[in-house]
Design a protein around this ligand. Structure first.
Ligand SMILES: [Zn+2]
Length: 396
């Protein structure tokens, strides 16, 4: 990996403007036309490519992936419970978590991802084994990608004795946020699960990111329950609803009321684009002040065989499912995969500007909207001023 200061010439900024970019130690130091090389600086010709900021994958499951292992046909039935049970039964036959997760991290970096929030499974049968593996993966890739971990009690919190202790122990071990899942469908105890999660979060001074797949009124009640508690606990900008499919099917009055409440409480929404479920109306939520960011969610695992860990392709999918056509709308999808994710993860979100961390990706496109529409191949990926991937291949 190169760590020299670099003058990257002949590129286009996201708005299409031609420019040269001087990349110093970890940050952009100068952006302009006709910059003159300085001594000790590597000179690189960007070939007229467009630069985009590094992508944020705000919702991943690195410990679940089968990336890099032989193809395995999907085995689970059509329900969430079958996916959870199938995965639990297969776990011991899979390659080690650290190996599979590392394969996916390399793939993500190759696609230009510079930060990841990943959920990590915790249940009584594995305890903190997956946590330990992902803490090691985070350490191994610390120079190439920022990583946040969320303790994910996939089989439920109230349904299993000892889960509160496991979640607390995960935070003590270095996990950044407490997770949860469908308190009504999984635990049949809306208040019980949410009270437990918020108590741990308060005690350990960490944020919360909870999966809410439940459809209809149950999903809306869960989102309201999270939002009310986020407000009561003063946890603005530290609480995320992941998926929130029920928002995508809610009657308008209910949707707007909940959107205003989420915005007021500072609760963000992570989306992977909805899949076969209703997609929350991203534009409306953002207009009402809700921070919406994006993630790939499952990438080739026992829950879904799809995915390549590519956030620019995810932006394309989000735009497609949202019916976005204008450049301005395509840029909403890009913001969900870049700056919005950085804001939620607490990272600088200034993009490609002087003084910002030198995380960037180059692609063959004229403007950022075109890159969202076509998700072209990533040519170069920089993290903190160093090249970490070329032609979508992680630079060991
Ligand atoms: Zn998930």
């Amino acid at each position: 990996m190169t760590s020299q200061p670099i003058l990257l010439t002949n590129v286009r900024l996201p708005n299409g403007e031609e420019a040269d970019i001087r990349i110093g130690v970890g940050q952009f130091t100068e952006i302009g036309k006709g910059l003159v090389p300085q001594s000790g600086e590597d000179l690189m010709d960007g070939g007229g490519d467009l630069v985009l900021p590094g992508f944020v994958d705000g919702h991943m499951h690195l410990d679940k992936t089968l990336t890099g292992t032989p193809w395995m046909s999907h085995r689970a039935g059509p329900t969430r419970k079958s996916r959870i049970d199938t995965e639990r039964n297969m776990r011991s036959d899979l390659a080690p978590v650290e190996e599979r997760a590392s394969n996916l991290v390399r793939l993500c970096i190759g696609h230009g991802t510079s930060a990841i929030r990943t959920h990590v499974d915790i249940d009584p049968s594995i305890g903190l084994k997956h946590v330990e593996a992902l803490l090691q993966v985070r350490k191994n890739f610390a120079d190439a990608v920022d990583m946040q971990l969320v303790a994910f009690p996939q089989s439920g919190v109230q349904s299993h004795a000892g889960m509160t202790d496991y979640l607390s122990a995960a935070i003590d071990a270095g996990v950044d946020l407490v997770g949860g899942i469908d308190p009504i469908a999984i635990d049949d105890d809306l208040d019980g699960q949410l009270d437990t999660l918020f108590a741990i979060a308060e005690k350990k001074n960490v944020g919360i990111d909870i999966h809410v797949h439940d459809p209809g009124e149950n999903g809306l009640r869960e989102i309201a329950g999270v939002t009310d508690r986020a407000k009561a606990h003063g946890m603005a900008k530290r609480v995320t609803i992941s998926h929130g499919f029920s928002l995508g099917a809610a009657e308008e009055g209910k949707l707007l009321k909940l959107a205003d409440q989420m915005a007021e409480a500072g609760v963000s929404l992570a989306t992977h684009g909805g899949g076969a479920s209703p997609l929350p109306p991203i534009k409306i939520l953002r207009e009402h002040g809700v921070e919406v960011f994006a993630g790939n969610d499952d990438v080739r695992d026992t829950w879904s065989p799809l995915g390549e860990g590519d956030m620019l392709e995810r932006a394309t999918m989000i735009a497609w499912r949202s019916g976005y056509r204008t450049d301005d709308d395509l840029l909403i999808a890009l913001d969900c995969t870049t700056a919005a994710g950085k804001r939620v993860l607490g990272l600088p979100d200034a993009g490609i500007t002087v003084g910002a961390p030198a995380d960037l990706v180059t692609v063959k496109a004229e403007v950022a909207a075109e890159a969202v529409a076509r998700h072209p191949q990533r040519k170069l990926v920089f993290k903190k001023g160093r090249i970490v991937a070329r032609d979508e291949v992680y630079d060991e």
